[in-house]
Design a protein around this ligand. Sequence first.
Ligand SMILES: Cc1cc2nc3c(=O)[nH]c(=O)nc-3n(C[C@H](O)[C@H](O)[C@H](O)COP(=O)(O)OP(=O)(O)OC[C@H]3O[C@@H](n4cnc5c(N)ncnc54)[C@H](O)[C@@H]3O)c2cc1C
Length: 239
Amino acid sequence: MHDLEPNLAPVYYSGQLFVGSRHTTNPLAISKKIFDIFLSNGGKYIKENVKNVLQKENCVEVFLENKQVEFDEMILCAGAWSNNIANMVGENFPLDTERGYHVLFETEQQLINRPIAWSESGFYLIQIDDGVRAAGTVEIAGLTKPPNKKRTQMIENQSRKLLPQLGKVKSTWMGRRPTLPDAKPIIGRSINNKNIFYAFGHQHIGWTLAAVTGKVIDSLVKESTTNIDISSFHPSRFR
Ligand SMILES: Cc1cc2nc3c(=O)[nH]c(=O)nc-3n(C[C@H](O)[C@H](O)[C@H](O)COP(=O)(O)OP(=O)(O)OC[C@H]3O[C@@H](n4cnc5c(N)ncnc54)[C@H](O)[C@@H]3O)c2cc1C
């Protein structure tokens, strides 16, 4: 381990190397690129809260803050908040949140060469373009509770034990991973609402799987065969 990651403090007895794994050093840039492709293909972005949804005879009416818009189809992909919107159309899923925390450290140097997890603390350290990112832990805590500052403090303390060279904390945040009891997403056409598709519940890997699910949903809306078997993600499985 020392040969691979010489800056790591010797707090370990042994480690496990995942050969062939991939990661990004700028998740925001990739997300923006996907978003730009959406816009350049004619997609339109309306930044408003969905207040209500109505399945009509052959379309869906979406109630925004100040207006109502009708769509041929609606794809519900509101992460941890998806069940709030599903409830608006009479459906309910056992969706909860696995809250996770993020601490970004300043650093001038390349400190680590790959994502590094410290299993006893439940988070990963990754060198990204903005610094060293420490992110993880799991807190099942729903949608409304305030962030628990002890978690970011723990991540900071443990990160400094692993990498004493870390600089100042640049930013912290808490995010909500949308998770179902079987840890699989809900992907497919709604049972009760024929113009609504579901695409949520991707728990710890929703960023990685966004494009994969997007491709599946594209096929479903066009009523063509999906490129992967999605039967175990069926919206009716918790009934
Ligand atoms: C600390 C942490 C680290 C993570 N690390 C990774 C990682 O390394 N790799 C990975 O693949 N995944 C990672 N994840 C998981 C990933 O972030 C989630 O799986 C992913 O964000 C889910 O994407 P989503 O688009 O379904 O939901 P979100 O990204 O939560 O987006 C949902 C959107 O819906 C909007 N919304 C909600 N309600 C409404 C409404 N009524 N009207 C309008 N809009 C609404 C919200 O504002 C939000 O913009 C991590 C998560 C956390 C918390």
